[in-house]
Design a protein around this ligand. Structure first.
Ligand SMILES: Nc1ncnc2c1ncn2[C@@H]1O[C@H](COP(=O)(O)OP(=O)(O)OP(=O)(O)O)[C@@H](O)[C@H]1O
Ligand SMILES: [Mg+2]
Ligand SMILES: [Mg+2]
Length: 496
């Protein structure tokens, strides 16, 4: 085939996500087993007849999961149902001991929501089709290869029955990058709601649907008619467990589908598997259709009335609102406000500090110094929330002139994090108390006396000489003098 023969049409990228979020409840959704994996736990130990699907075992709905679902619905500005119900989704796969998953079908707990993301400065509203409750299946471990080549597979039901919220977006994304933005925004919101633990492995799992729609079918205002969406063959990529994974898997699919179309081949409508290690998607099976699942009502669970929960449950201020408020109330720039509000614990910590100091000073200490040092150590603000008092004392010691900013940042804060000591202990141990005036004047005299060449250079107008002498004084005082003051003292002495 010659290059001219390749079909050179333009396509719009169309993506819709199904995001599975593990809800942070103490126990599983239909039984009393713990959801919290213990360290080095044995497989198939955190289980009971209900989550193992033994005959006759009856599910009892965990009210914590419903509360979390209502919070998510409110945060996504969705319609939260007054009444809802559960269905059985039938499929045969070893991760599902009952051979059906209890999920929701025609009456999801939430529908029609939105989440705004900003992509390269442009605000995009992603609409949410539905969000429903369901149980997590068990997990499979493929041995001696990956999913398509393993010699055998082990099944662990410890995860089975963990409450999941499946959030399904409309096909509103126009690039892989937008999905990544959406996922981090969603995670921020979930974390603010206190319904989600991002540090738990596999707590966010994504199915990404993607198709290429001919640009000719896109309306002038950028919308794509339902008919064009339905006509486009899409693939559904499974096994994505990170924001970055979503972006990479989708970028791979864009290229793969474009190549097929340009060569005049159709894109197969199929389910594909993201192989993170190899960075490719592989075909798994033709896509199942709704009728394959033989949905029917879950008769072991009564219909659920949500109305009273809906009325009683309130949600906290969300990241966007808090960011705006930080800008207005504390006069922070956009970058600091963003940094300080992306996690609720950070924002709370900042507000505690800002209530005691100048908001700008507090922002420098929390956003730049503290977060920087925590990040470097793979720690988070959760590791220091109990040490707010020590942290504010450190800022106070600097403000009162007891220690220099440099020593506070480079020695005291670092040792607070590394050794867990309080600021005073470190200052005593390291002899960082600010040098008193006598000590500094003595050091100034000594530096001048010991460095006649530098003094001569200074008088000859050589700029570097003064810096050199300041350095000498700092050294003599163990870094405990204030460099600006030393500079002034030296000038006075040399010019006087
Ligand atoms: N043309 C399209 N291109 C990309 N994504 C699409 C397209 N049409 C629909 N989607 C997305 O596919 C996702 C799932 O769609 P839908 O719920 O209709 O069916 P499904 O994938 O068959 O369901 P399930 O995954 O439960 O089997 C949604 O996120 C939707 O936004
Ligand atoms: Mg599902
Ligand atoms: Mg799907």
């Amino acid at each position: 085939m010659t290059a001219q023969a390749l079909e050179q049409r333009d396509y719009a990228v169309v993506i819709g996500l199904e995001v599975h979020v593990q809800l942070e409840t103490a126990t599983k959704i239909f039984c009393g087993c713990s959801t919290e994996p213990e360290e080095d736990e044995e497989p198939n130990t955190r289980t009971c007849p209900v989550c193992l699907g033994l005959p006759g075992a009856l599910p009892v709905l965990n009210e914590g999961a419903v509360e979390a679902a209502v919070k998510i619905g409110k945060a996504l500005d969705a319609d939260v149902a007054e009444d809802t119900r559960f269905h059985r989704k039938n499929y045969y796969y070893p991760d599902l001991p009952k051979n059906f998953q209890i999920t929701q079908y025609d009456a999801p707990i939430c529908a029609d929501g939105t989440l705004e993301v900003s992509v390269e400065g442009e605000r995009r509203e992603i609409t949410i089709r539905r969000a429903h409750l369901e149980e997590d299946p068990g997990s499979l471990q493929h041995k001696g290869g990956s999913i398509d080549s393993a010699e055998y597979t082990l099944v662990n039901y410890n995860r089975a029955g963990t409450p999941l919220m499946e959030i399904v977006t409309n096909p509103d994304f126009r690039s892989p990058k937008e999905t990544r933005r959406f996922l981090s925004k969603l995670e921020e919101v979930l974390e603010y709601l206190g319904v989600f633990d991002a540090s738990r492995d596999g707590s966010l799992r994504i199915d990404a649907n993607i198709s290429l729609v001919p640009e000719d079918d896109v309306d002038d205002d950028g919308t794509i008619p339902e008919s064009a969406l339905e006509a486009a063959n899409r693939t559904e990529v499974k096994n994505i467990s990170s924001h970055k994974g979503a972006e990479q898997a989708l970028a791979y699919e864009v290229t793969r589908q474009k190549n097929a179309l340009q060569r005049g081949r159709a894109v197969e409508q199929e389910t594909r598997h993201w192989d993170e290690g190899r960075g490719v998607t592989v075909s798994m099976r033709s896509k199942e259709e709704e009728k394959d699942y033989r949905y029917f009502r879950e008769a072991d669970l009564p219909p659920l009335q949500v109305a009273h929960w809906k009325a009683e449950i309130s949600i906290p201020e969300l990241p966007d609102a808090r960011r705006e408020r930080f800008r207005e109330e504390y006069g922070l720039d956009a970058e600091s406000a963003s940094k300080l509000t992306s996690r609720k614990a950070v924002a709370d910590f900042y507000e505690d500090v800002a209530s005691q100091f100048d908001p700008d000073l507090a922002a420098t200490w929390v956003a730049d110094n503290l977060l920087g040092e925590l990040n470097y150590r793979d720690m988070t603000v959760d590791d220091v929330t109990g040490r707010l008092d020590e942290f504010t004392r450190l800022i106070e010691l600097v403000a009162e002139g007891e220690i220099t900013t440099k020593n506070a940042e480079e020695t005291v804060l670092r040792q607070m994090l590394d050794e867990g000591d309080d600021p005073e202990t470190i200052i005593d141990r390291e002899g960082l108390g600010k040098a008193d005036d006598d000590e500094v004047s003595q050091a100034v005299e000594a530096a001048i006396e010991e460095n006649p060449d530098a003094v001569e250079d200074y008088h000859a107008g050589e700029g570097g000489a003064l810096n050199f002498l300041v350095g000498q004084v700092m050294q003599k005082t163990g870094g405990s003098a204030d460099p600006g003051a030393v500079n002034g003292l030296l000038r006075d002495r040399l010019d006087g």
